[in-house]
Design a protein around this ligand. Structure first.
Ligand code: FAD
Ligand code: NAP
Length: 454
C-alpha cells in the first residue's frame, strides 16, 4: 500500500484520508492540535460558541448523510460531531496522529521528507506522496494600525473570540463587517452584556438572510441551470446574517464607515476626526495562510504569497503543480466549500493511485495561467471561484464524474432534479472513479423531496 502523508486533520485532511483509502492508498494524517476537526474543533478551533454555518447542512456534506434530525444550518458543535462521526465511520482515527506538528517539508529523491515534533521528540520520515491540507485560514490577521500598541483595553482577533462574557459593561468596537465581523457584532448585541457595540467597516456590505421564503439560500441559488447561465461576475460583497440589519435598524449597535486614522489608548480615531471610544477591540479582519514548514523552493514554485488571502498560490484548480505529480493541495483557496474539498481530494488520490493520469502539462499551464490572472485581477470578486458548480465540474471532469445530459436518456426525471434542483455533492457520485450510483440517486431524490416539502 503506497503511503500518502496528509498535513492537517481538518475537513480537507479527513476527506483526503477517506479518498486515499478508497483508492487503496495508506493515509497518514499529521495534525498538530489535540484532535481532528480543524477550525471546527471545540475550544481550540476558530469558531465562537454561537456560530452557525453560513450554508445549509446539504452543502456541508462529505458523502456521509447527516442525520434526519440535523437542523438546516448546523451549530458549530454539530459540524465537529459530523467530522468526528466521519472519522469513526471510515476508521480514519487509526491513520491519524494528533499533537504532531510538522516543522519541515523538503523534496528528497522524488519523494517528500517530512519532519515533525511529537511530545517534544523530533521525527523524520520520507513519503512517496504528500498532501498539504493545513488550512487557508490558518493565521489570524491584524492590520498594522498606527497607535495600536498604545491601546490600553482588550484586543482580540475573531479567531479567539468565544462569547461576550469577558466583555461585560465594555464599549466594544468590532473592526470589519464580513462574515466574522457581522456575526460577532450580532452575538455581542444578543448577549446584552456590553455597554455599547460599534461595528467599524471600510464599506457597507450587502447582508443576506440565510433563508429565502423558508428555504436555505444555497438551495435556492446553487443550481446547475443558474450556474450554466454564466452571468457576468458580481463584484458585490455580501455577508449572511439573520439579525444584522434588524439590530442596526433598531439602533442596537452603531455602524461607522470610513478609514481608521489611528488608535489611541482609549479608542479608535477615524480619518474624518471622529473618535469611537472603546474598552475592547475585536479585529474581524480575516486570515492569512501559514506554510512556514514548506521548503522555500517549493513555495517559490507555487508562487506562495503569505499576504495573499484570496489565492495564496498559483496552482492548477488550486490543487496541482505541473512539476510535482506526488504533491497536492486540498482546501487551500479562499472560501473552500466541502464539495470542492471532496472533489480535490478524490482527484488527487486518483492521480496518486494512478487510476487516472495527471492532466497534460499544457492543460496544467493553461489552468495555472487563469489562476494567475485571477490573482492579479482588480477589482476582485469576493471569492476566487464564485461559480462553485462550474469549479466543481472542472475538478469532477478529471475523475469522470461530471454529470452530462446524455447520461440521462433513460431517466429524464433525475436529470431534471440535477439541472433544476438544488446542487449537491451527490451529483458527482453517479459515475466516474468514485461512483456510488445507488447512494447518489437516493440522495438526489431525498434532497429534492426535502426541498419540495419546505
Ligand atoms: C470562522 C470561520 C467559519 C467558517 N464557516 C464555514 C461554514 O459555515 N461553511 C463552510 O462550508 N465553510 C466555512 N468556513 C470555511 C472553512 O475553511 C471550511 O469549512 C473548512 O473548515 C476548511 O477545512 P480545512 O481542513 O481546509 O482547514 P482547517 O479547518 O483550518 O484545518 C487545518 C488543520 O491543519 C492543522 N495544521 C496546520 N499546520 C499544521 C502543521 N504544521 N502540522 C500539523 N498540522 C497542522 C491545523 O491544526 C488544522 O487542524 C469557515 C471558515 C472560518 C474561518
Ligand atoms: N459560518 C459563518 O457564519 C462564518 C463566520 C465567520 C467566517 N466565516 C468564513 O470565514 C472566512 C473568513 O471570513 P472573515 O469575515 O473572518 O474574514 P474576511 O472575509 O477576510 O473579512 C475581513 C474583513 O476585515 C476587513 N479588513 C481587513 N483589513 C482591514 C483594515 N486594514 N482595516 C479595516 N478593515 C479591514 C475587511 O474589509 P474590506 O471588505 O474593506 O476589505 C473585511 O470586512 C470566510 O470564508 C467566511 O465565509 C463563516
Amino acid at each position: 500500500m503506497s503511503q500518502v502523508c496528509i498535513i492537517g486533520g481538518g475537513v480537507s485532511g479527513l476527506a483526503t484520508a477517506k479518498a486515499a483509502l478508497d483508492m487503496g492508498l495508506e493515509p497518514i494524517i499529521l495534525e498538530k492540535a489535540e484532535s481532528i476537526g480543524g477550525l471546527w474543533r471545540p475550544n481550540t478551533g476558530s469558531v465562537w460558541d454561537s456560530l452557525k454555518t453560513n450554508v445549509s447542512n446539504y452543502s456541508m456534506d462529505l458523502g456521509m448523510p447527516h442525520q434526519d434530525s440535523t437542523p438546516r444550518f448546523l451549530h458549530k458543535d454539530e459540524v465537529y460531531r459530523y467530522l468526528f462521526d466521519f472519522s469513526q465511520q471510515y476508521n480514519l482515527d487509526q491513520y491519524t496522529n494528533t499533537q504532531t506538528n510538522v516543522t519541515k517539508v523538503t523534496p528528497f529523491d522524488n519523494q517528500w521528507k517530512v519532519e515533525w515534533l511529537q511530545n517534544g521528540e523530533h521525527h523524520v520520515q520520507v513519503f512517496p506522496n504528500l498532501v498539504i491540507a493545513s488550512g487557508v485560514f490558518s493565521k489570524s490577521y491584524i492590520p498594522d494600525i498606527k497607535g495600536l500598541k498604545d491601546f490600553e483595553g482588550t484586543v482580540i482577533h475573531s479567531k479567539d473570540y468565544k462569547n461576550a462574557n469577558a466583555l461585560k459593561n465594555k464599549r466594544v468596537v468590532v473592526i470589519g463587517n464580513a462574515f466574522s465581523g457581522s456575526e460577532i457584532t450580532c452575538d455581542l448585541v444578543s448577549s446584552n452584556q456590553c455597554q455599547k457595540v460599534t461595528n467599524f467597516a471600510r464599506r457597507k456590505l450587502f447582508v443576506m438572510n440565510p433563508y429565502c421564503d423558508n428555504v436555505p439560500w444555497d438551495l435556492v441559488f446553487f443550481k446547475r441551470f443558474i450556474a450554466d447561465q454564466k452571468k457576468p461576475t458580481s463584484y458585490t460583497y455580501a455577508t449572511i446574517s439573520e439579525k444584522y440589519d434588524e439590530y442596526l435598524d433598531s439602533g442596537k449597535f452603531d455602524l461607522k464607515l470610513g478609514q481608521i486614522s489611528h488608535i489611541q489608548k482609549d479608542g479608535v480615531v477615524l480619518d474624518n476626526g471622529e473618535k469611537i471610544s472603546a474598552d475592547a477591540l475585536i479585529f474581524s479582519t480575516g486570515y492569512r495562510t501559514e506554510l512556514s514548514y514548506l521548503d522555500p523552493k517549493i513555495c517559490e514554485a507555487v508562487k506562495f504569497d503569505p499576504q495573499d488571502s484570496f489565492l495564496p498560490m498559483t496552482l492548477y484548480k488550486s490543487m496541482l503543480h505541473p512539476d510535482f505529480d506526488n504533491l497536492g493541495f486540498v482546501g487551500m483557496y479562499r472560501g473552500p466549500h466541502f464539495s470542492v474539498i471532496q472533489l480535490q481530494a478524490q482527484a488527487l488520490m486518483s492521480i496518486f493511485a494512478k487510476k487516472i493520469s495527471m492532466p497534460e502539462r499544457q492543460e496544467l499551464m493553461f489552468g495555472m495561467d487563469s489562476v494567475k490572472k485571477l490573482r492579479e485581477s482588480n477589482p476582485k470578486t469576493q471569492y476566487p471561484y464564485p461559480n462553485n458548480i462550474e469549479f466543481c465540474d472542472g475538478i469532477a471532469s478529471l475523475i469522470g464524474a461530471k454529470p452530462e445530459p446524455k447520461d440521462f436518456h433513460n431517466d429524464y426525471n433525475l436529470w431534471n432534479m440535477i439541472y433544476k434542483g438544488p446542487f449537491s455533492l451527490a451529483h458527482y457520485g453517479l459515475k466516474g472513479v468514485y461512483a456510488q450510483p445507488e447512494y447518489a440517486k437516493k440522495h438526489i431524490k431525498q434532497l429534492q423531496k426535502a426541498v419540495n416539502e419546505l
